[in-house]
Design a protein around this ligand. Structure first.
Ligand SMILES: *[C@@H]1O[C@H](CO)[C@@H](O)[C@H](O)[C@H]1NC(C)=O
Ligand SMILES: *[C@@H]1O[C@H](CO)[C@@H](O)[C@H](O)[C@H]1NC(C)=O
Ligand SMILES: *[C@@H]1O[C@H](CO)[C@@H](O)[C@H](O)[C@H]1NC(C)=O
Ligand SMILES: *[C@@H]1O[C@H](CO)[C@@H](O)[C@H](O)[C@H]1NC(C)=O
Ligand SMILES: *[C@@H]1O[C@H](CO)[C@@H](O)[C@H](O)[C@H]1NC(C)=O
Length: 454
């Protein structure tokens, strides 16, 4: 059982795909902490009392004297390196009493007066203090602990900066975390949380990483979520069922996954406001409808745009030809129709587009540059209504679809400057497209895999 943890690096997350990303933050934290310790050491050198062992100074023991009969059974503050660790000890022991399953036996290490050594707990000196290490991060990833609530635990460790607890069996609502001024990473993915979106995370100004995927949260996502300054927002695989907030585009998030919920309504036009920051966005597999707003084409940083398997209709706006960084563009399994725009297919020749998934729609024709992409496997237009191509829908199905009136306008507006040759018949031979990027390694797609317990 100890082997499970012997080689466990600090802050390792069992969601390996994001570990590199997270370690960047850990690195920053470490730098900060080291900086603090260097200052402490320098101050200590000039102090005449530098070598005095602060934790168990005799003066302290003398003044907190209690009847001998009782001091041996009940830990006293003087037993701990500092008062913060004593307080953390009490919080952890109280939480330990509520744990109903612990298949890896980690709580058996939660004994003694050194909580920094407990499995899953890591200490740093909080910002603004010197030489006062206390619980600053918790990594329970994959521990599969069961506890009825985190209330009274998570919210009672005031110096916490990271809480990673994917693949446990924590339930109930998320505690009010507004008393944790340093919290910047919260991973509660793959637990048993339910109820409304935990709005107590919304005032957390420091929060950079919020991962709530694979729970049973339901109802609406408050618009203010998109005012958080998080880089990563993973909400996929829950039961959210309301329209997306109209000002979703206020978000500064880089990686946004809303996949595998039941969101309704249209993709908000405000999404164009996120053009400077949004890198990967997954609307995959919801119940979104309406037309594709041309503002999607403003997402000049986007490498992944995936709105597959919804009920979105209309033609593809020409503005999508401005997605100059896009590598994965998935609109499969919707109600799209019209001609696949030539400017979009050209992204595979002149830019980075490596996968254009449009199968299962009602497209009737392809732009000039699209035909060649079928052979190279970049473009998938199976199960559409394109005359002369194999694997299309039965004619009757297409006829039935086109009997219904169509309300989405074709928007030929191209909100970016494309080179002149873009509009000519072909691309010069010398202008070879860059090699396709590796198809793995997308943070958003990785988030769709359920984290596994150890
Ligand atoms: C060192 O300790 C003595 C008594 O314990 C105290 O009076 C003095 O201020 C301390 N000096 C420093 C630099 O902390
Ligand atoms: C220990 O002693 C203190 C007073 O010295 C008392 O308040 C406390 O209840 C005692 N604890 C136990 C467990 O007897
Ligand atoms: C999680 O806890 C619930 C009860 O709270 C229990 O029914 C379920 O079996 C637990 N799951 C695991 C994997 O332990
Ligand atoms: C955000 O987008 C909406 C709709 O496109 C627009 O009306 C609004 O002015 C934008 N806000 C900012 C701050 O750019
Ligand atoms: C292209 O994207 C679709 C939708 O995300 C995916 O199912 C398919 O496997 C991808 N194809 C390749 C070759 O990566």
């Amino acid at each position: 059982m100890d082997d499970n943890f012997a080689h466990r690096p600090n802050f390792k997350t069992s969601a390996r795909h994001i570990s590199a990303f997270l370690s960047y933050y850990f690195f920053l934290l470490l730098l900060f902490a080291l900086h603090g310790q260097i200052i402490t050491a320098e101050e200590g050198d000039t102090s005449s009392n530098a070598t005095a062992p602060a934790p168990s100074s005799p003066a302290f023991e003398c003044c907190s004297a209690s009847p001998p009969s009782n001091s041996s059974s009940e830990p006293q503050p003087s037993d701990f390196p500092n008062l913060k660790q004593y307080n953390a000890y009490k919080v952890i022991q109280r939480f330990k009493q509520t744990i109903t399953c612990d298949p890896n036996g980690v709580t058996s290490t939660w004994v003694g007066f050194r909580p920094c050594n407990y499995v899953g707990f890591f200490c740093e000196t909080p910002p603004g203090l010197t030489n006062t290490p206390t619980i600053a991060s918790i990594d329970f990833n994959g521990f599969r602990l069961c506890a009825p609530t985190l209330v009274g635990f998570l919210d009672s460790l005031p110096d916490l900066a990271l809480f990673h607890a994917n693949s446990n069996n924590f339930s109930d609502t998320v505690p009010d975390l507004t008393s944790l001024p340093f919290l910047y990473e919260l991973d509660l993915s793959n637990n048993d949380h339910s109820g409304q979106f935990p709005s107590t995370v919304l005032p957390l100004a420091q929060l950079k990483f919020l991962d709530l995927r694979f729970n049973r949260f339901s109802g609406t996502v408050p618009a203010t979520v998109f005012f958080l300054r998080t880089d990563v927002l993973f909400l996929n695989n829950n039961l959210f069922s309301q329209p997306l907030p109209a000002d979703l585009g206020s978000s500064q998030v880089s990686y946004l996954t809303l996949a595998n919920n039941a969101f309704t309504g249209t993709i908000p036009r405000s999404i164009g406001n996120a053009s400077a920051t949004l890198i990967e966005v997954l609307f995959l597999n919801n119940r979104l409808a309406g037309c594709l707003p041309y503002q999607i084409g403003l997402l000049k940083m986007a490498t992944v745009f995936d709105a597959g398997f919804n009920q979105i209709t209309g033609p593809i706006p020409y503005s999508f030809g401005c997605l100059l960084k896009v590598e994965q563009l998935n609109l499969a399994g919707n109600l799209l129709y019209g001609t696949v725009p030539d400017v979009v297919c050209r992204l595979a020749v002149t830019s980075n587009l490596a996968n254009l998934s449009l199968s299962g729609n009602y497209f009737t024709w392809l732009g000039h540059s699209c035909w060649g992409l079928i052979k190279t496997g970049v473009l998938d237009v199976r199960q559409n209504c394109i005359l002369g191509l194999p694997e299309q829908r039965p004619k009757a199905e297409c006829v039935r679809f086109f009997l219904h009136s169509k309300f989405c306008p074709l928007i030929p507006y191209i909100p970016c400057h494309l080179p002149y040759w873009w509009f000519k018949g072909g691309v010069a031979n010398g202008d070879a497209a860059p090699p396709p990027p590796p198809s793995s390694g997308y943070k958003s797609y990785s988030a769709l895999h359920q984290p596994e317990g150890n």
